[in-house]
Design a protein around this ligand. Structure first.
Ligand SMILES: [Zn+2]
Length: 263
């Protein structure tokens, strides 16, 4: 899923890391949601127009995207930046949890680490008073495409000793190679047992990329064109195409669609 979200975009590795980390964290949080609960994450760099978004629901429907302003600078100015330089010293994380029944929880924190992943551990400690640890492992091929992504989110249950989170962190750090090891799906199921002795898998479910965009949702964008442009397209039987920058899907408007719009 992370490959699908990150690889289709013409973005460099730093942006893939940033998007992949943000979407992975939203995906892991989706495992804590129930019923029709949803979570939306916004990571804003010091340059507030440079943003990364991710949404997830309890069914494992996930999407993620980068703001146009950040996408547009990617080719020339982001190439040599690390993720910390991209975020800068005054980045911030905003999380909106729609808990259903008109109950919405919002949290906002700064980003002392500037690498997104550790900043989310900080977010949960500050905003939800929960000791948490995240680890996202992405492996790239020679063409700078993501070939593997594995994530872990650890949170302590109430009453658990706080040093337990450090023990988990250390175990994952020491066994980093297991998480980055390419392997078949069968070995994926064994990974938790390779990392921890005394564990039990209580639930498994798939996650999938889901944008939810539709041609209808893009009709309002035709308002940004002048009437002359629309009439010209209709009279010359030209169709127009609008590309969703979340999923890359092309929505085509025929001259007949445009005629209806003009009328
Ligand atoms: Zn879309």
């Amino acid at each position: 899923m992370i490959k699908e979200i990150c690889n289709h975009k013409n973005i460099n590795r730093t942006l893939k890391d940033a998007l992949g980390n943000t979407v992975s964290i939203a995906t892991l949080i989706s495992g804590t949601l129930k019923g029709n609960q949803r979570v939306s994450i916004k990571v804003s760099a010091s340059n507030r127009k440079h943003k990364i978004f991710a949404d997830a629901d309890s069914m494992g429907n996930i999407r993620g995207y980068i703001s146009d302003e950040l996408l547009n600078v990617s080719i020339d100015n982001v190439d040599d930046l690390s993720i910390e330089e991209l975020i800068g010293h005054t980045g911030c994380i905003q999380v909106l949890k729609d808990l259903g029944m008109h109950s919405i929880f919002t949290g906002i924190t700064d980003m002392p680490n500037g690498n997104i992943v550790d900043d989310f551990s900080y977010y949960f400690k500050q905003s939800e008073q929960t000791d948490s640890f995240f680890s996202i492992n992405m492996v790239y091929n020679d063409n700078n495409e993501i070939v593997l992504c594995r994530g872990i989110m650890a949170q302590l249950l109430p009453g658990a000793p706080t040093n337990l989170i450090d023990a988990i962190k250390e175990t994952i750090f020491e066994n980093h190679s297991i998480l980055s090891n390419l392997g078949d799906n069968e070995s994926l199921k064994e990974i938790p047992y390779l990392l921890f002795e005394d564990i039990e898998i209580v639930e498994q479910y798939p996650v999938q990329f889901f944008c939810g965009c539709s041609k209808e949702a893009f009709y309002p964008m035709l308002y940004s064109l002048s009437k002359e442009e629309l009439v010209d397209a209709f009279e010359n039987k030209k169709s127009m195409e609008i590309v969703c920058n979340v999923c890359g899907k092309k929505h085509s408007f025929s001259s007949q669609d445009i005629k209806k719009f003009i009328q």
